[in-house]
Ligand binder design. Structure first.
Ligand SMILES: [Ca+2]
Length: 511
């Protein structure tokens, strides 16, 4: 907005120079006051006493507000939506000195009864600013409206995507036409000149045409009431090149207008129109978070002059913002946060991120009665726990627990673990259980004690043949054998293997 204000100021200066030239050249054919550039909105004044747009045909919409009753503004009008910044900001006004046009015609018209029209109402400095925004169903190339008595502080803003891209202030109109009716009627303040070199005394734009009795008006004194010193002008705004606007906002105290006309089709001002101003169009920088998981926002930024980029408002867990780039992948032009930009063109900037070094945490494996000292695993994120390395005589490992007594959260050996904080995991031990005798499968051969020999190497899968003298298994390996093989052994009995079994230990003859 700073840029727009500066731009506005610059335009006022330009307008002052232009207005001065009119004083000198009043009545003479002269060039238009301001030459539109390719990037400016051209503002043309219709001839004096014209209250409607000359635009017709496909793409044209007119809202005269005459179908609405006096009172609160509607939310839908012929041109699209109507929104207000506070509920009472907009009202449909009855016929009055400063209110609606008598006609929607583009022909100079005097007299008439007037009509309903919207306005912001009056309010005092310090009160919330009121505004009325017309959103257009389709982006438009042309906007026209009857300005029913310009008042100080009236501002027209042109928006695209919610961003103000151009602003016109009533001060600029004052500069062009004069703030008050000329004391010397009608050309005391000079004249303005149309494109086809018709000269219009500025006085003709003062006073509501309803109050005139002739065209051209013979005297401003014929205008009743307070409308005498306000400009009544039909404004025609032509968007340059491919530019469109999707909304227009009217704000400021005592802002009344009528006959809002839009066109989605590019229009050409007729020769009878007066180029009143060239409204600088801001360029817009759009900021993209460039990450689906980013939070916060950085709204689009419009400016017509160099300005620092808006501060980054995005954030992203686990990442650090490193600046902007014109390329999504960072291969274009880089901009630092709040770097100056000349706003010579629209720009889309993509946030660039670097992933933060992961924060690691430590899991401490406590043997909890098992062999060996505690071990640790340092990782980040969710990864599998290191396999258990502890053993305990007479026990089997039964997983981990966040509490020594097993009353906390259990984790299986090698289970996935969220290393989001330091944690001790305590080995849990079960007393080695004695499995019940395994039913004999008749398909498994029975081995008879015919000798002290074992067929095949230990540790392989196969059938054990232990033949001859009584034998037994040694130490805890006995249990292991049984647990693995499902073997039931009794001294001096046949040895029965219920399934192909892996044997890890020796058979030893009993002394
Ligand atoms: Ca009206």
């Amino acid at each position: 907005m700073v840029g727009s204000l500066k731009s506005s100021f610059a335009r006022r200066i330009a307008g002052l120079i232009a207005a001065s030239s009119f004083v000198v050249l009043a009545g003479l054919a002269q060039a238009p006051a301001a030459q539109a550039t390719g990037n400016d909105i051209s503002l043309y004044l219709s001839p004096p006493l014209v209250q409607g747009s000359d635009v017709t045909g496909a793409g044209m919409l007119l809202e005269s507000f005459d179908s609405f009753s006096v009172g609160a503004c509607p939310t839908t009008v012929a041109t699209g939506s109507l929104t207000t910044n506070i509920p009472t900001a907009c009202s449909i006004n009855p016929v009055g000195d400063v209110s609606g046009a008598s006609t929607t015609s583009a022909t100079p018209t005097f007299g008439g009864s007037g009509s309903n029209s919207p306005g912001t109402g009056w309010y005092n400095p310090g009160e919330p600013a009121r505004s009325v925004t017309f959103g257009f169903t389709n982006p438009v190339k042309y906007v026209g409206f009857w300005w029913s008595g310009g008042s100080p502080g009236n501002v027209v803003e042109f928006l695209n995507g919610g961003v103000v891209v151009a602003t016109y202030d009533s001060t600029q109109m004052d500069t062009f036409l004069g703030a008050n009716a000329p004391s010397s009627w009608p050309s005391g303040n000079g004249a303005v000149t149309s494109t086809d070199s018709t000269s219009y005394p500025k006085g003709y734009y003062f006073g509501n045409p309803r109050g005139f009795t002739a065209n051209p008006p013979t005297a401003v004194s014929s205008i009743s009431g307070g409308s005498r010193d306000a400009q009544y002008v039909f404004f025609n705004l032509y968007m340059p090149g491919s530019m469109t606007v999707d909304a227009v906002r009217f704000s400021g105290p005592g802002f009344e207008w009528d006959n809002l006309v839009t066109s989605t089709v590019a229009q050409t001002p007729p020769g009878s129109f007066v180029l009143g101003d060239s409204i600088t169009v801001s360029n817009v920088v759009t900021f993209n978070a460039n990450a689906a998981d980013a939070t916060g926002s950085t709204g689009p930024q419009a400016s017509a002059t160099a300005a620092n980029l808006a501060a980054n408002g995005f954030s992203r867990a686990g990442y650090t913002f490193t600046g902007w780039n014109t390329d999504q992948n960072g291969n274009g032009t880089a901009y630092t946060n709040e770097q100056s930009y000349d706003f010579s063109a629209d720009l889309t900037l993509w946030a660039q991120w670097t992933q933060d070094a992961p924060t690691t945490h430590t899991v401490t494996f406590e043997p909890n009665g098992g062999t060996g000292a505690a071990t640790t695993q340092v990782r980040s994120g969710t990864v599998a726990l290191d396999p258990n390395t502890f053993t305990r005589d007479g026990y089997v490992f039964a997983g981990w627990n966040t509490q020594q007594d097993g009353q906390g959260t259990p984790y299986a050996d090698g289970a996935d673990f969220d290393f989001s904080s330091d944690q001790s995991l305590w080995a849990q031990w079960d007393v080695n259980p004695v499995p019940p005798p395994t039913p004999i499968d008749p398909s498994i051969i029975s081995l008879v004690n015919t000798g002290l020999s074992v067929l095949g190497p230990f540790g392989v899968t196969g059938v054990l043949a232990a033949i001859g003298l009584p034998f037994f298994f040694v130490s805890d390996r006995f249990r292991r054998l049984r647990s693995y093989g499902g073997v039931v052994l009794h001294k001096s009995e046949n040895l029965t293997v219920t399934t192909p079994a892996t044997f890890f230990d020796r058979l030893r003859r009993k002394k």
